[in-house]
Design a protein around this ligand. Structure first.
Ligand code: ADP
Length: 957
């Protein structure tokens, strides 16, 4: 609306202004044309005065010529002179009273011309024109000049007789043009000379058609004639129809009128140009106005929208401010708080109002702050700079809190400082946590260094210098790890780096970059373990511990272990050779003793049989002792190799009870087995478990009372273990010695009795049970009996298929050999006693022929020659040992399939394993266990194809 009004006002005032300007221009033009006309009128008047003066001279000459009687030539001469002195006329002369031309300045003898019918002649003759006046008639066409000419005339008197003709002159058109041109005009101006009756006498530009025509009766003519000597009016051009303004003026003396007419176009050209220009500006102004209005409307709309946005955004920020654990604040130019968001109360326990009118420094505890921090802060504010994360202790009405704050200066539109605004946060807890962390870090008994993500040292604890003094002067805050290292190397502090510092540096930097483990660094005087750990934001924590003592201890331990290992190895070797050396003679003692006992043709006497039994049992006792000692020594030396498997407890117990049956019976002790049916299978090494059980059972029998009993049972405990109990009714174990029972060679007084024993059995049991993940223990009531128990883990894995479970067992003699037809056995042995013993044993097998060889070489030859069904090898042979013979046998096609048994005194567990791994069919120890030996021979022969009977197939076919 305002725009429309504005536009209307603008347009109308522009129009009014231009109208006024136009009026002024018009008035100005009229005035100027009027004055031009006046000027022209004066010029014209002068011309006519000149013409009048010349005509008077002509009239006088006419009178003089008549008086003096001048001839034609004289008159012509005079006239020519007058004419020559007057530029106004083209020609002068006179006509007589009848109208005939009688004198001319152009001709001495003028051609005949009568003007009696012409206007000027009539006017003068009839006395209409005043006698002494110049009369100007309408222009007439002149044949001579071939144009309309303007003439002037004056009456002649014929010496008292009245009218004597007229003197006249033809006005030179060029002269008149010159007069007209004498005034300053515009190119299209038209200047006209009228008589008062409206007759056009002259015109510039010349137009013959108009000259002589009368404008009498035209309204403007009447007005001109009626009005004052000068004026102006508007009319349409006679010749071109263009609209003009015409200025006019009366020519003094003659009463003629001159007009000067200018076209509007020319007069107002300048005006219209400026009008167009102004209009252009007006257009621009209007456009600007409309555009301004349009943009104003848009701005208004935008402003409304902005206001709405602002309200929303204010609400948003208010919500944020109120819900944040931070708060926002504003100060005035004196740095006094003038506003805080309400969240300050929740976050730091003090209301916003409490702050108002105070400045930060008013309620802070400066001495508590970090040195210099306050000065920095105040300088910052002084210089109107933003500040960030400034921390100070605020002394509140209730307690002191650590505040962290950031702010920016605020300036108004004129650039005047208005205060600060920013945010605050209560960091008391954070600082306390930091302090705790710092305390923790400071209490580390070693160096703690923190490198920032930019690789520079940010923190080092005080203990660092205490525990690794070499580095005290090296660790400088702000330095990179490499800078610190280089400094350390320059001081030659690191022993490790002496040989090639650059290589060590590269290696160390690489480890630091990886930051995922510990590195040992040897200084000259100490060993330091450096643990590096990456921080979340990409820095590295470096911990340094002096581990000199530990390293030394470790070195000592290593050395001790090495010594122990060496000793152990020596011990093992000693045991192995002892075992071998003891078993070989025992083999003979027990073997031959047993042979003697065998029912043969030449029976021994009673007492000889008695001696024989003593020999065998003492030999066996000795063998048991050797076995026990070796076992214990072997286990203690870590040579125990268990192969645990699923075992049914009932089967194991009944097997053990059965084995011990004969011994129990002999001692007169009843052994009773009671089993719960639901006992789970256990996981154990079958041989070793059997060994343990037999040991416990044998003790229970040995240390029982005459007629006593042993009861064996098993039950599950806690669902994860099976407890096997062996209870006896014996003498019990004295309480004060109970702790020694599992100690090797401790017999708790039994050594003074006749009960055979070594004091090793239980020690071995304990080691074995524990090696099987079990436990062993006992309860005893002296005089009433003891109960020994072992716990074994329940087998949790699924049961194996039966075929697999039973494989590899078999120490009992199976059914007699299926093939009764001639088998042959080759025994390679250098010890004649052993050879003899085996010979006797093989003799008990009806269909087996035995060959023997005392050396490997002979053995191989025999093997190839006879291709025996089974070969028994002593391992410890001169020249070629058993392993080498086995290898040779395996290489020869004739002998490669023959089962080969090892029979040896080398029975240390590793030796047994090596033997089986080499491919022996069985690995048998010495002294020979007859049952075992015969069972092995039997198993070997069963692998052989059935032999044809002597000469069988050939004869039949
Ligand atoms: P050994 O039986 O060869 O002496 P052990 O290691 O088997 O050695 O036993 C150590 C000692 O513990 C025995 O000498 C004996 O004094 C005592 N002992 C073992 N079992 C029993 C038992 N069932 N009743 C009483 N004493 C026992």
């Amino acid at each position: 609306m305002a725009t429309v009004v504005g536009a209307a006002v603008l347009v109308s005032s522009f129009g009014l202004y231009q109208w006024q300007r136009y009026q002024e221009e018009l008035t100005q033009a009229e005035r100027s044309l009027r004055s031009t006309a006046s000027l022209l009128a004066e010029h014209t008047a002068r011309t006519f005065e000149v013409a009048k003066a010349v005509l008077r001279v002509v009239v006088n000459l006419h009178d003089e010529a008549a008086e003096q009687g001048y001839d034609r030539h004289t008159v012509h001469g005079f006239l020519k002179t007058v004419h020559g002195g007057s530029p106004v006329f083209k020609a002068i002369g006179w006509v007589d009273a009848t109208g005939n031309r009688t004198a001319s300045s152009l001709f001495a003898d003028p051609p005949p011309l009568n003007v009696a019918d012409q206007e000027q002649f009539r006017v003068h003759r009839d006395g209409t024109a005043a006698a002494d006046q110049v009369y100007v008639p309408a222009p007439v066409f002149s044949n001579l000049l071939n144009a309309k000419i303007l003439s002037v005339s004056m009456r002649l008197n014929d010496r008292g007789r009245g009218f004597g003709g007229i003197a006249g002159g033809v006005v030179d058109p060029d002269y008149f043009t010159g007069v007209f041109r004498g005034v300053e005009t515009r190119p299209s101006d038209v200047m006209t000379l009228f008589r008062r009756d409206g007759m056009i006498l002259a015109r510039q530009p010349t137009d013959d058609a108009l000259l002589g025509t009368s404008l009498a009766g035209r309204r403007f003519m009447t007005e001109i004639v009626a009005s004052a000597p000068t004026g102006a009016f508007h009319a349409w051009g006679l010749s071109d129809g263009a609209e003009r303004i015409i200025g006019y003026a009366t020519v003094p003396g003659s009463g003629f009128i001159v007009t000067v007419a200018s076209t509007y176009r020319e007069l107002f050209a300048e005006f219209w140009r400026s009008f167009a220009f102004a209009s252009g500006h007006l257009g621009l102004a209007l456009f600007a106005l409309v555009a301004g209005a349009w943009s104003l409307i848009r701005q208004t709309r935008r402003r409304d929208q902005l206001a709405a946005d602002l309200r929303r955004s204010e609400a948003r920020f208010r919500d944020l401010a109120e819900s944040s654990s931070d708060w926002f604040w504003e100060t005035d130019d004196q740095n006094r708080f003038i506003w805080l968001s309400a969240s300050v109360e929740q976050a730091s326990g003090v209301s916003p109002e409490w702050h108002y009118g105070k400045s930060r420094i008013d309620f802070s505890d400066q001495p508590q702050s970090v040195p210099g921090a306050w000065d920095n802060h105040l300088r910052c504010i002084e210089e109107r700079r933003p500040f960030q994360d400034f921390e100070y202790l605020r002394r509140g009405p209730n307690d002191d809190r650590w505040i962290r704050t950031s702010g920016v200066p605020v300036f108004d539109e004129t650039g005047r400082y208005r205060g600060y605004r920013g945010s605050g946060r209560d960091v008391t807890e954070l600082r306390r946590a930091e302090e705790r962390l710092r305390d923790a870090v400071e209490s580390i008994p070693g160096g703690f260094l923190m490198f920032n993500p930019d690789g520079r040292l940010a923190y080092v604890n005080a203990n660092s210098a205490k525990y690794v003094p070499e580095m005290a002067a090296m660790d400088r805050i702000g330095d990179t790890f490499e800078e610190i290292l280089r400094r350390t190397l320059a001081e030659r502090l690191i022993h490790d780096a002496h040989d090639d510092p650059e290589a060590w540096l590269a290696w160390r930097l690489e480890r630091h970059r990886a930051a995922n483990g510990s590195t040992l660094v040897h200084y000259e005087k100490r060993v330091v373990e450096v643990v590096e750990h990456p921080t979340r934001e990409g820095g590295v924590i470096v911990l340094r511990f002096d581990v000199t003592e530990r390293e030394r201890a470790q070195e000592a331990t290593l050395a001790a272990r090495e010594a122990a290992d060496n000793a152990n190895r020596a011990k093992s070797e000693f045991l192995a050779s002892m075992s071998h050396e003891l078993r070989t003679p025992l083999n003979a003692v027990i073997g031959f003793g047993q042979l003697l006992q065998m029912p043969r043709g030449n029976a021994l006497s009673q007492s000889q049989q008695e001696y024989c039994r003593h020999i065998v049992s003492s030999g066996q006792h000795l063998l048991a002792l050797v076995d026990d000692v070796l076992d214990l020594a072997g286990i203690e030396a870590g040579q125990l190799k268990l192969s645990t498997e699923r075992m049914a407890v009932a089967d194991t117990l009944s097997g053990a009870v059965e084995s011990i049956g004969a011994v129990a019976a002999k001692a007169g002790i009843a052994v009773e087995l009671s089993l719960e049916t639901t006992v789970s299978d256990v996981r154990a090494d079958s041989q070793r478990l059997r060994q343990v059980l037999l040991n416990l059972l044998s003790n229970a029998i040995k240390y029982n009372r005459p007629g006593g009993s042993v009861s064996v049972s098993a039950r599950e405990i806690e669902g994860t273990r099976v407890r096997i109990l062996v209870a006896d009714t014996g003498r019990g174990i004295p309480e004060d010695r109970a702790s020694e029972i599992f100690t090797p060679f401790q017999r708790l007084g039994a050594e003074f009795t006749t009960i055979e024993g070594t004091g090793i059995g239980l020690s071995v049991c304990k080691l074995l049970v524990e090696a099987m993940d079990g436990r062993i223990g006992f309860e005893s009531e002296p005089g009433r009996g003891s109960t020994f128990w072992i716990d074994l883990p329940v087998e949790t894995a699924a049961a194996l298929p039966e075929a697999a479970a039973s494989a590899g067992s078999g120490t009992t003699i199976n059914a007699p050999l299926a093939n009764a037809g001639g088998y042959s056995l080759l025994y390679v042995e250098d010890n004649p006693l052993n050879l003899r013993l085996v010979e006797y044993l093989v003799e008990t097998l009806p269909d087996v022929t035995m060959h023997s060889a005392a050396s490997g070489q002979v053995g191989l030859e025999l093997a190839r020659a006879h291709r025996p069904d089974v070969i028994v090898l002593d391992l410890n042979l001169p020249e070629m040992n058993g392993f080498e013979i086995l290898e040779q046998l395996r290489m020869h096609p004739d002998t490669k399939d023959i089962p080969v048994l090892a029979l040896t005194a080398s029975v240390m567990p590793n030796e047994v394993n090596d033997g089986l791994a080499a491919g022996f069919f069985r690995y048998l120890g010495k002294p020979i266990n007859f049952d075992q030996f015969l069972a092995a021979i039997d198993a070997a022969l069963r692998t052989r194809p059935v032999k044809p009977p002597e000469g069988g197939y050939q004869a039949a076919s």
